[in-house]
Design a protein. Structure first.
Length: 411
């Protein structure tokens, strides 16, 4: 509580610091949502205020342009906000890239949420693995390895292929599937300046468990997405990808997701958990945790799948601890990417004309995301899973692999 000019007590608005509010481009909706539910939104970014889109300029109470990689500059900006607006209550960017910076600023300014003493559990894959095991969730066997001899011993236990990935990394960058002894030896011929974890290769579908928890750790929104292939394969082969939302969530996946959230005691934030469902025995195996929303246009997919505004609902949770929307997943929504270097049978205009009302949105993707999720993408929705897969095949059809056009148009 604070006092107004007459000495009467009034409720103080939440002071919410938002890092890099202009990127990714669709995440400006989070800032608008915060302002709509009554927060004082204080932005820090690396571009000039005049470069921000008008909706973002209007939603921000204040903004400072700084070098985002200069931690002292970030501290100074937060200090100036504190002097002007009072105690800072929360900070976020919804981006994997800034998670450690956010945690450090929360620690230094005594804000609620993930701090420096717990962030490693959410960033290092070796520590994630321990959390999964403690929660009773199966994991791929893995070890942090820095030499060929130990790698050979690990391969003797789990057999080839294996996956080598940065223990603390973002997405599938610098991740390798090693299928032969020669490839294993070649991996260690290259200098590595970061720790790598080696994991047994799990043959299975990639599934996600995504959502929002409230201040008490309650699961107030959740969804799941199914990938046609792993992001590692997509990046390493420069391929296109598609993934789509499930209309029903398998009980074993939900159980694994809930156990993970309890193990991490996640409160008032988005989460993006990744699992395999093995081809052989259809079991759930944990892959990794991400304590932020799923990337790309997936937050928009939440909206199209449920006819809600997830950005405002998230803001209402973090400011007022309330999720007010109802949702029952009436649609599958599918993200279908294309690559500029591939020759597709059906041109963009033909896709728009043929798929008609099934297309909820399309756009060219930001360059930073293109290796993982394509150069441009369509969001399509339908209540019919078979229809979703048919449309994905049509859009991805390349010269020499022609498919028939989908039989029907519409939802």
């Amino acid at each position: 509580m604070t006092s107004d000019e007459y000495g009467q007590e009034t409720e103080r608005l939440m002071n919410y610091v938002y890092l890099s509010p202009h990127f990714p481009p669709n995440f400006y909706h989070f800032v608008v949502g915060l302002r709509d539910v009554g927060a004082t939104v204080l932005g820090i970014g690396d571009c000039h205020f005049s470069e921000l889109r008008p909706e973002l300029q209007k939603a921000l109470t204040d903004y400072q342009q700084v070098d985002m990689h200069d931690y002292k500059a970030l501290v100074k900006a937060c200090g100036q906000f504190t002097a002007k607006y009072g105690k800072l209550d929360a900070i976020d960017s919804q981006s994997e890239y800034w998670l450690e910076t956010e945690a450090k600023l929360r620690t230094d300014f005594n804000m609620a949420g993930i701090k420096s003493d717990t962030i490693d559990d959410m960033k290092c894959k070796s520590l994630m693995k321990k959390k999964f095991i403690d929660a009773g969730i199966p994991v791929a066997r893995g070890e942090v390895i820095d030499n060929l001899a130990d790698a050979v011993k690990f391969v003797e236990k789990v057999k080839l292929p294996v996956v080598a990935k940065p223990d603390n990394g973002v997405g599938a960058s610098k991740t390798y599937k090693i299928t032969t002894k020669a490839e294993l030896e070649a991996f260690f011929d290259e200098p590595r300046d970061i720790p790598y974890i080696f994991e047994e290769f799990i043959a299975g579908d990639v599934l996600t468990f995504d959502g929002i928890t409230d201040a008490d750790g309650n699961l107030v929104f959740y969804a799941s997405h199914i990938y046609n292939q792993g992001i590692m394969e997509t990046v390493n082969t420069s391929d296109h990808v598609y993934y789509y939302s499930a209309r029903t969530i398998a009980k074993d996946l939900e159980e694994a997701g809930r156990k993970t959230l309890k193990a991490y005691d996640i409160r008032s934030r988005f989460f993006h958990l990744e699992f395999f469902r093995t081809f052989k025995d259809k079991k759930i195996v944990a892959l990794e945790v991400n304590m932020r929303p799923p990337g790309g246009l997936t937050t928009d997919m939440f909206n199209y799948a449920n006819n809600i505004n997830i950005y405002k609902e998230w803001a209402n949770v973090v400011v007022n601890n309330k999720f007010t929307a109802t949702y029952d997943r009436p649609y599958h929504v599918c993200y279908i990417s294309r690559k500029f270097n591939k020759h597709y049978v059906h041109a963009h205009d033909e896709v728009l004309a043929t798929l008609g009302e099934n297309i909820a949105h399309w756009e060219i993707m930001p360059a930073a995301f293109r290796d993982a999720i394509g150069d441009y993408a369509y969001l399509l929705r339908s209540p019919d899973e078979a229809k979703i897969k048919e449309m994905a095949a049509y859009i991805h059809d390349q010269v020499g692999h022609a498919q028939a056009a989908p039989a029907a148009v519409g939802a």
